[in-house]
Design a protein around this ligand. Structure first.
Ligand SMILES: [Zn+2]
Length: 318
């Protein structure tokens, strides 16, 4: 290992030690009334009976964080009774359609809300296959984008942002490094951290949200070929992982996703308090009991199966 690589390795683990400290005791998350609501528990298939990937993080009856915006999720956002005015941030794991294609529905819907402040959206930087998040937003909503009539929702270049005047969507790119964690503090009790994850050739991120001292981590779609998620998600109150492939799968799918045994190993190494499986596909929908059994060979904690609109409370154990 070169000296610079050693420094990067040390800074990664030191940083992890700093932001990955155990969250407050579980009871605190109950008192804080923090929960994850699933808006979409499916993948890209049309016939799985589920909306595609999306999650809301609630705090004291306010929906504060939207993670991914897969197709169908905006309908469930309405059903959830969440208010667009309450959102503090949108986080995108990657820009595959099953994670991002409802974004125009949210932005058009915002016109009919009373939102009068900036909404930041964070997602991956570009790579050779995918645009950056800022390019993605510009290609959708810019004056020369596919929805130019929504361009009022983007900031005017050079304007000083005014957080109380009107709704604008401010896009930010997260660098694609898997040996560094990027952290943004959005309010006194909300910070978000991202790390690049391996999802085949796709630019992709895992996210960790610290809300009122409660840690919620999201693997996004990933293969875990970089073996960093367990440390990134360390001692999370809830870890959401994607069950897109069964234990036996082909090499192409394995280059994109993790089998159940890998999910169980990560959850155990990370010592997460709860594991929520989501992003089901037809090939995993019909083997859920076998999947849970394999995971439980590795992970001793609570395993839940996501369903659309279900709430998963932090710190609440049966
Ligand atoms: Zn996906």
């Amino acid at each position: 290992m070169s000296f610079s690589a050693l420094l990067r390795w040390m800074s990664f683990w030191l940083w992890q030690g700093f932001v990955g400290l155990p969250a407050y005791a579980a009871a605190s998350c109950v008192e804080q009334n923090v929960s994850v609501q699933v808006l979409g528990s499916g993948g890209p298939e049309l016939d799985d009976g589920r909306a595609s990937t999306s999650y809301l993080i609630w705090h004291n009856n306010r929906a504060r964080v939207l993670v991914d915006a897969g197709p169908g999720s905006s309908v469930n956002f309405g059903r959830s009774t969440a208010q667009f005015t309450d959102l503090d941030v949108i986080l995108l794991s990657h820009l595959h359609a099953d994670h991002s294609s409802d974004l125009p529905a949210y932005i058009k819907g915002a016109y009919f809300s009373n939102r009068q402040r900036i909404l930041p959206i964070y997602g991956p930087d570009k790579n050779t296959l995918m645009p950056s998040t800022t390019e993605f937003v510009e290609r959708l909503f810019g004056a020369k984008g596919v929805y130019p009539y929504l361009s009022d929702n983007l900031p005017v270049p050079g304007d000083v942002p005014n957080n109380t005047e009107k709704f604008t969507l401010h896009a930010h790119d997260i660098p694609l490094t898997h040996d560094n964690v990027v952290r943004h503090r959005l309010s006194p009790n909300l910070s978000v951290s991202a790390m690049a994850v391996h999802h085949g050739p796709v630019a992709a991120l895992a996210w960790r949200v610290n809300l009122a001292g409660c840690l919620i981590s999201f693997s996004g779609d990933m293969s875990n070929q970089w073996h960093k998620l367990a440390m990134f998600a360390k001692e999370s109150d809830l870890l959401v992982m994607h069950n897109a492939v069964p234990e036996q799968t082909n090499a192409i799918a394995r280059n994109l996703h993790m089998p159940p045994s890998e999910i169980g190993n990560i959850a155990q190494q990370a010592k997460v308090k709860q594991l929520l499986l989501s992003h089901f596909m037809n090939r995993t929908n019909n083997v859920q009991s076998q999947t849970v059994a394999i995971i439980q060979q590795h992970y001793a904690g609570k395993v839940s199966l996501a369903d659309d609109l279900m709430h998963y409370k932090l710190g609440a154990f049966p």
